[in-house]
Design a protein around this ligand. Sequence first.
Ligand SMILES: [Zn+2]
Length: 126
Amino acid sequence: MLKTIYTCPHCGSEDLLADAYVHLNDEDDVRTFDDITCESCGAKGIDPNTERVEAGPPTNVEFVTDLMERSRRGALIQAFVLEALLSYASKVAEGKPEDFDSGMIHGAAWHDCGVELKEKLLARFA
Ligand SMILES: [Zn+2]
């Protein structure tokens, strides 16, 4: 998996910030401007160098985000993933904690994850 790294053309630092406009009443409304600043050397208005690097396997959070955002069925996949989560969380929540004991997992903790996730999903759909 490749990702793009931006670096300062003056000092090579990866600590770059882009000016952004954030709508106070709509947190999804974020627009970045062209004014990029280097945190390390203080250069402003730079045109960063770019480098494609091997990023290694995605984290679990990145993987789940990717499941939700990229599908040949478009946004329908989001309803599917949430339905799948609710289905498994409900199955665990309705079981007995000791049913989920295993060498690696404490059944009570696994059961409690199911209860928590089911509660959150039902509240979301309410
Ligand atoms: Zn710099």
